[in-house]
Design a protein around this ligand. Structure first.
Ligand code: C2E
Ligand code: MG
Ligand code: MG
Length: 645
């Protein structure tokens, strides 16, 4: 493979070194003729190294035998500066021993003097060929080295890049992991959020439900009822229809609650609620207002009688006893009815109307229903103003006590008195209990009123005793509210202490219904009173329902036969029988028996014949003001004593 051309060889840089000018010229001429173009000559051997450093000749024709610095020294110098380790020296010598030595120090060939010109040219040509080849190969190897170096650098670069890439890949993997995790977290959070949203909605629904329903019975509460009622009114107004509101209050529910506890009371309310729901239509609303009050809304009725039919259904549904735990409980209901539009145009009036009518249903014997009537409202208003003036009356001390004697039927002596409250009303005059006691009971004013009566009666009797009147007991009437007050006993002790009256002068009259409401606790309260020395009587005996087994356990001293039996006893054999039965019961239970409402000598004689202990009534004396009674008592006892003597 020719890797260089003829002109490459002819243009090669040649240096001719010979101390003899003629030799130099000869060789130069020879070479120029042969076509060589770049020829330098020198006769100064010491200049060769400098020239070579500058020009890097392709060929040096070097004479060996030169003065000063011979060819060997020149070659040594050249060896030091030759970079490629290739000395392009063609030695010119006449001495054969120089040839081998010259080759040993780095010469590549030699020509012999005298010159054989064709041989010289051939050797020069060959040597230049080798020289140029060498040059080329050196260049190639340099390029190769550079390439290798470059490749190495590329490789290092690649390795670095690979390392960087693998780092980046790891980072990327990490990133992907994190993203996946983040994604998973996001999914979890989203799920959580969804659950939370669902729970929030559920809680909101529950709250909504709780806000509109009664917790005990699950029935709509007052708020929901008002809402439905106002919507029903709106609809009825547009359709010119009618609707009814039934206000229901259980009879004697408090009795169950007080005697059997709230647990039983609650179950009874639930049972009542179920029966109410069962006997109305789907479109009707049964709601609980609180306590033992329920309201039924009939959003659409044809006529008022429809409401009456519903009321009758309810009364019938509640008649069978409720089985609660071990008890069979019977509870009635009083129902008041108001009808739109006749009785009211808005929720408030309709509910108030039904409530007022319910109150009248209760008053007229319970367990029935009453439609609202206009005058009921007026009476309700009257009631309210009565309450207000009662309060004022108490403050202004407008109350007085009248006293009625209790007479020993055998001896005719006055054993005691019963105190009755009277209200000296500023405009209405002297009022009897029937005109204000029910109102006072309804609003709780009965408690301060009874306490005033107790204190005043004790004070009065104590002052009579102090004044030297013959000793008598004083009986006062105790209301249910007062009997159940937590400080009832304390108040009695304090009053006796304050007035100085000895307990055995005080008698408390209680009705059967008060005692039977919660017989167990009545037994303990009565026990304390009896231990204190206070006398106890059952008032209006025979009108309530006494449980005989409790009756014998109550530490009661006296049964007071109700005046309704006494007044009829001479004309109605049933009443006569009841009177004698009560007297018999008293005897067998070792209780005293007193007949109240004795008005005639016949009644008195009959009672005496049946060995009734005491009598009280108009026949002996009307209740009278304290001063009048004091005078009567004094003269009466004088009279009795006189009769005896
Ligand atoms: P009560 O305790 O059974 O009293 C008997 C009622 O019959 C009294 O009426 C009395 O005045 C009246 N009365 C007495 N003798 C006769 C009679 O021969 N014939 C007739 N028809 N009535 C006679 P009053 O004073 O109007 O009292 C009525 C009820 O009011 C009492 O019945 C009692 O339950 C209650 N009450 C009276 N005063 C008080 C009081 O201070 N506190 C309380 N909580 N209730 C009282
Ligand atoms: Mg009485
Ligand atoms: Mg009575």
């Amino acid at each position: 493979m020719m890797i260089h051309t003829a002109s490459d060889i002819l243009n090669a840089k040649i240096l001719i070194v010979d101390d003899k000018e003629a030799n130099v010229l000869l060789l130069e001429r020879l070479l120029r003729r042969a076509g060589y173009t770049s020829i330098t000559t020198t006769t100064a051997s010491h200049a060769v190294c400098g020239l070579y450093r500058q020009n890097r000749y392709d060929l040096i024709l070097l004479d060996m035998q030169m003065p000063g610095m011979d060819g060997f020294r020149v070659m040594e110098g050249l060896n030091e500066i030759e970079l490629d380790g290739y000395l392009p020296v063609l030695v010119i010598t006449a001495q054969p021993e120089h040839k081998l030595r010259a080759l040993q120090v780095g010469a590549k060939d030699f020509i012999t003097k005298p010159f054989d010109l064709p041989e010289v040219l051939t050797r020069i040509h060959n040597m230049l060929q080798v020289r140029l080849l060498h040059r080329k190969s050196v260049r190639h190897s340099l390029v190769l080295e550079d390439t290798v170096q470059a490749l190495r650098e590329i490789e290092t670069g690649l390795r670095t890049t690979q390392a960087v890439l693998s780092d980046e890949k790891a980072a990327l993997d990490d990133h992907v992991d994190q993203l996946q995790q983040a994604n998973e977290t996001l999914v979890a959070v989203t799920l959580d959020a969804q659950t939370l949203t669902k729970e929030t909605i559920k809680a909101k629904d529950e709250l909504e439900y709780l806000a509109h329903h009664d917790a005990l019975t699950g029935l709509p509460n007052r708020i929901l009822l008002l809402d439905r009622l106002s919507k029903a009114i709106e609809l009825a107004r547009r359709q010119s229809g009618q609707l009814a509101v039934l206000f229901m209050d259980l009879d004697q529910f408090k009795h169950v609650n007080d005697s059997l506890g709230h647990g039983v009371g609650d179950q009874l309310l639930q049972s009542v609620a179920q029966r109410l729901v069962a006997c109305v239509r789907q479109s009707d609303t049964v709601s609980r207002q609180g306590g033992d009050e329920f309201v039924l809304l009939l959003p659409h009725i044809e006529r008022a009688e429809d409401a009456a039919i519903s009321a009758q259904k309810i009364l019938a549904a509640l008649t069978p006893p409720h089985r609660i735990e071990t008890h069979d409980l019977q509870v009635g209901v009083s129902i008041g009815i108001s009808v739109y539009p006749g009785d009211g145009q808005n929720t408030d009036t309709l509910l108030k109307g039904a409530d007022t009518a319910m109150y009248y249903a209760k008053e007229s014997g319970r367990n029935n229903f009453k439609f609202f009537e206009k005058n009921m409202h007026e009476r309700a208003v009257e009631r309210q103003s009565m309450e207000a003036s009662l309060r004022l009356g108490l403050e202004r001390q407008e109350f007085v006590l009248h006293y009625q004697p209790k007479v020993d039927l055998g001896s005719g002596t006055i054993l005691g008195v019963e105190a009755f409250i009277r209200w000296q009303h500023p405009t209405l005059g002297l009022l009897r209990p029937a005109q204000f006691v029910p109102v006072a009971e309804g609003c709780g004013l009965i408690v301060p009123m009874d306490r005033w009566v107790l204190r005043e009666a004790c004070r009065q009797v104590q002052s009579w005793l102090a004044a030297g009147l013959p000793p008598i007991t004083v009986a006062i009437n105790t209301s249910a509210l007062e009997f159940r007050a937590t400080d009832f006993l304390d108040n009695i002790r304090i009053t006796l202490d304050d007035t100085g009256l000895e307990p055995h002068y005080l008698e408390l009259e209680l009705t059967e219904s008060i005692l039977m409401r919660d017989p167990e606790s009545a037994i303990s309260v009565l026990g304390v009173l009896a231990d204190l020395g206070v006398t106890l009587a059952i008032d209006d005996f025979g009108t309530g329902y006494s449980n005989l087994s409790y009756l014998k356990q109550f530490p009661i001293h006296t049964f007071k036969i109700d005046q309704s039996f006494v007044s009829q006893m001479t004309t109605n054999p049933d009443d006569a029988n009841i009177v004698s039965a009560v007297i018999g019961l008293g005897k067998s239970l070792k209780r005293r028996v007193i007949a109240e409402g004795v008005e005639t000598p016949e009644q008195c004689a009959l009672l005496l014949a049946q060995q009734c202990d005491e009598g009280q009534g108009y026949y002996f004396s009307h209740p009278m003001a304290p001063e009048a009674f004091a005078t009567l008592h004094l003269s009466y006892s004088l009279c009795v004593n006189t009769c005896r003597t």
